[in-house]
Design a binder for this molecule. Structure first.
Ligand code: SF4
Length: 684
């Protein structure tokens, strides 16, 4: 028997835990601890423990498929490539769009970005970061000059006060949850604000349930109380920031007195007072947030309010402090860093900057690339497909499943069906792949070499443990072969992910100092890492912010309600999210037998008082409806959700939460408002 252990990185959340894959006779059969991991120290959560179970699922795609007369038939790679090339070559620049993926490596995201801009010459490239943290990227960039988590994960344990808002850390980033426990054991105060009493709430010294969509009012109220008590960090504000007076003009208004904030949010005044006192007097303090903050039509406002609060308290640029935006998918940070976004190349170099555009033309050795304009975000792309048929004709989708992940699924389906030609590259036949014209079988995390960048900007390795099944190939190989057939063989002549990484490092200032050799020891580097002797940067903004003048910028933000609020017809607020046992659209975790056995079905969470008024009993199947559609779903009657708010996890194709959600967008980041829309629930 041939047995080996291959150290790699978990394919699920942005924590980026390491573990060993156990490989028996060439096949992945299990996971084992890898104790030298920089963050998780050998521990993993249930998703990581069972990450091997979907790898050899009989559902894996093993051959290219071409749709003929409405049915998929197996094809050779040559046949699939010939059809794709014939179609893509028939479209003008800008008539195609590409979706990259937070589930594949940095190298593969980089190549998809290069393919879109240099081969298809389209500015329309985006990925699912649009749906989770695009408001973080825009909001923190506006306040600090850099749109990423400011501190390291290990740093969280050093905090004296953790304010967790809109993040169910113990279920979504369990190994970051462990740092919360360590901080608590070190004497930190833990404050938790969320509409649901989640496992994270159980760790809190103070839990504040609140009405979804009232974040800015809460944050402004806390800032007013901090200023009234003189708890702001005057020296930090004076030396490191600007526009404090503009902030004060807004937050000191009567609208944000604790009494008014209590009426808006549902949080008792005493809880708000206690929170302000702990924030003001227990330093350093860190804020942890996730999609409860970002997924709103005011997502950027919410993020800037969080940034305001931490600048007010002087909680930046030091250990145990920071604005810690917990990124969702394993490589969503890296996909953003690689320029799989419509407004930037790698390392957030703007596409509208002509000198940068010329730099990429030269680096890639091409005559021209996509024009220097900002392309469509994925949310705008779906709208264009649905409302302006013919403008975008061809789609190339790698490892994304908008038919379950995006808001208002009827609208998404209408848009995708309007596309003339869709290529989907994935490991399973997803709900989106069902609508494709060509499906290409790809390798999964256990079958590829490469790098990924975790939520804390830590770049580390994925390592290949087995060969892909059947004729499936690694995404980077598929993109290179397709590019060669499109006439770009020289520009895509990479023989390994390492060669691609070297090109990334050459064109990306924040990755300049990284190489595969450096990522072997000490196994990871935090960007920015500008030179070969640079140790990486676990904590941002130590001396100055990344803004042109080095100052953090306070933003006066007024609270605005969600785009759709409850009314007589739809009297409750619907919010959506994830659970410990499943991951996003479930394409991997629902094929992991152990995980799916734990929680095989979706549900809608209803407060007992609301359930009683509606005459609904626990486990009864009910009809949840919004202006977009209806879902029949079991009710879970529980006091763990605040009265007036209901929750559905979005993992289940049998109970698709996103049939109900609203595609109202934040005007800056274009993130949809997944966290608040109006819903009604009826007995069937
Ligand atoms: Fe994987 Fe996240 Fe769990 Fe770590 S915490 S094992 S990265 S899912």
């Amino acid at each position: 028997m041939d047995l080996k252990y291959v150290q790699t990185t978990c394919p699920y959340c942005g924590t980026g835990c390491s573990f060993n894959l156990v490989v028996k006779d060439g096949k992945v059969v299990g996971t084992q601890p890898y104790t030298r991991s920089p963050v998780n120290e050998g521990r993993v959560c249930p998703k990581g423990t069972y990450a091997h179970e979907f790898v050899n699922s009989p559902d894996r795609l093993t051959k290219p498929l071409i749709k003929k007369d409405g049915k998929f038939v197996e094809a050779t790679w040559d046949e699939a490539y010939d059809l794709i090339v014939q179609k893509f070559k028939s479209y003008k620049p800008g008539e195609t769009a590409c979706l990259a993926s937070a589930r594949v490596s940095n190298e593969e995201n980089y190549l998809m970005m290069k393919f879109a801009r240099a081969v298809l010459k389209t500015p329309h490239i985006d990925h699912c970061a649009r749906l989770c943290h695009s408001s973080t990227v825009a909001g923190l960039a506006a306040s600090f000059g850099s749109g990423a988590m400011t501190n390291s994960i290990n740093d969280i344990a050093e905090s004296k006060c953790l304010f967790i808002i809109g993040s169910n850390t113990f279920e979504q980033h369990p190994l970051i949850g462990r740092k919360i426990v360590q901080a608590k054991q070190n004497g930190a105060k833990i404050i938790y604000a969320d509409p649901r009493y989640t496992p994270t709430a159980r760790q809190a010294d103070l839990y504040m349930p609140f009405i979804s969509g009232t974040d800015v009012a809460i944050l402004n109220g806390l800032m007013q109380e901090i200023i009234k008590n003189g708890w702001e960090d005057k020296e930090f504000i004076e030396k490191r920031t600007k526009d404090f007076e503009k902030l004060k003009e807004v937050v000191m208004k009567e609208d944000y007195s604790l009494e008014n904030v209590s009426k808006i949010s549902g949080i008792p005044v005493e809880s708000l007072k206690q929170t302000a006192e702990w924030l003001g007097t227990c330093k350093p303090g860190a804020i942890l947030y996730s999609m409860g903050i970002t997924q709103h039509t005011v997502g950027v406002d919410n993020v800037r309010s969080v940034a305001n609060l931490q600048m007010l308290l002087g909680n930046l640029g030091k250990p145990g402090a920071g604005v810690n935006a917990l990124r969702g998918q394993n490589n969503v940070q890296g996909a953003c860093d690689m320029g799989a976004l419509p407004n930037v190349y790698t390392g957030y170099q703007k596409v509208t900057d002509e000198a940068t555009r010329k730099k990429f033309i030269e680096a890639w050795g091409v005559d021209d690339i996509a024009e220097g304009k900002v392309g469509y975000t994925v949310t705008e792309l779906i709208n264009v497909l649905a409302d302006k048929p013919g403008e975008i004709k061809g789609l190339y989708i790698m490892g994304e499943n908008p038919m379950l992940s995006d808001p208002d699924l009827h609208h998404v389906e209408k848009g995708l069906k309007n596309a003339e030609f869709i290529v989907v590259q994935d490991i399973f036949m997803t709900e989106t792949a069902e609508l494709a014209d060509v499906v290409l079988p790809a390798a999964c995390f256990a079958e590829r070499d490469g790098t990924q960048t975790s939520t804390e900007r830590r770049v580390q390795r994925w390592r290949k443990a087995q060969n892909p099944p059947g004729e499936a190939k690694e995404d980077w190989q598929i993109i290179c072969e397709l590019a060669a057939r499109m006439g770009y063989e020289k520009q895509f002549s990479f023989k390994s992910p390492e060669e691609i990484f070297n090109e990334i490092a050459a064109v990306t200032p924040s990755y300049h100092g990284m190489s595969y050799a450096r990522l072997e020891k000490p196994e990871a580097l935090h960007w920015p890492c500008p030179s070969e002797d640079h140790p990486g940067t676990p904590i941002l903004h130590r001396e100055k912010f990344a803004t042109p003048d080095g100052l953090g910028i306070f933003a006066p933000i007024e609270w605005k309600p969600p785009a759709e609020v409850p009314d007589e017809e739809y009297p409750f607020v619907l919010t959506t999210g994830r659970i410990l046992w499943h991951w996003h659209t479930g394409s991997m975790t629902r094929r992991s037998v152990t995980l799916d056995n734990e929680v095989p079905t979706g549900w809608i969470e209803i407060n007992p008082e609301d359930a009683e008024e509606l005459g609904i009993k626990n486990n009864e199947v009910v009809r949840a409806s919004t202006r977009r559609g209806s879902v029949e779903i079991p009710a879970r009657v529980t006091p763990e959700i605040i009265k007036g708010v209901m929750f559905i996890p979005f993992h289940y194709k049998e109970h698709p939460a996103n049939r109900l959600t609203h595609n109202a967008l934040d005007p800056i980041s274009k993130i949809p408002e997944f966290k608040a829309c109006a819903v009604k629930v009826e007995k069937i």
